[in-house]
Write a protein that binds this ligand. Sequence first.
Ligand code: NDP
Length: 331
Amino acid sequence: AKDAVRVLVTGAAGQIGYALVPMIARGVMLGPDQPVILHMLDIPPAAEALSGVKMELIDAAFPLLKGVVATTNVVEACTGVNIAVMVGGFPRKEGMERKDVMSKNVSIYKEQASALEKHAAANCKVLVVANPANTNALILKEFAPSIPAKNVTCLTRLDHNRALGQISERLNMQVSDVKNVIIWGNHSSTQYPDVNHATVTTQAGEKSVRELIANDTWLNGEFITIVQQRGAAIIKARKLSSALSAASAACDHICDWVLGTPKGTWVSMGVYSDGSYGIPAGLIYSFPVTCEKGEWSIVQGLKIDEFSRAKMDATANELIEEKSLAYSCLS
Ligand code: NDP
């Protein structure tokens, strides 16, 4: 039998955490034959709720779940973890300035970076979900210099999946037949959902999304806005932010990263920029990636038109601003 993999979930008593931990324990993230030990971290005010989540995990009697650590101690939570899913973060409350939220999260991510650096297993893979996700991930990377930059990523897979969902709804086709959309940039409303390289498998073979939808006004306008604003639409409808889709996307992200992307398919991940596509190096930016043997690589050589260029640069510029805001919070 395989050795158990230790998976950390921070903010585990929150609503994404509550949707995510049973998926991990059921093998959705790492596969149906991979035993797991869950490490759940939350803050002291959430400790009792966290112990309730642990009770439910025990009650669910998941065959793959070989242990549960539920703690408010960052060091205990990070010790020996192979995968870290960082969901905990300070939420933006009404009346709060962007800088105040940034300042709270930068200090959380700085502290957790040190704990991961010192106590996580070698080669630990990190996925940041909490907002501002790209910049939290960048801070984590900066304050955990011994963790390779390629091991620190942020979640844009939910945006990617939302784009696939919108295309399949529009065409009335299966979402599993749509692939290769791209989310460029920040996990914020400046993200750029790009369908220029996306395709659909039809009975007549592989067709481009642009050819099948043939409505540039929709693809260059409403489609982009729907994907960018989908989170807000869910809050309006549910009176709570998206949780099951965020948890599912986090599983997809880690699953593809660890087990590989299917041949001919790429996915979107927020990764440390190497300057590809003229995006400044040193940002965590969402790119199209393929994964093999536990490593991602940015898909190269895609043609970028002027419309895309402007949107890719705008979201990069927002990340440059966030980075300098984050650093100003640290000094
Ligand atoms: P959620 O579980 O709903 O969300 C957690 C984080 O994920 C938030 O930062 C949220 O950002 C972010 N997020 C990213 N993408 C999405 C998405 N698509 N949809 C929704 N959220 C998204 O929040 P809860 O408040 O229920 O839970 C947070 C947990 O974190 C709590 O248990 C709390 O105790 C803990 N916490 C931990 C801290 C720490 O570690 N020091 C500090 C503060 C809280 P956004 O806010 O923009 O929705």
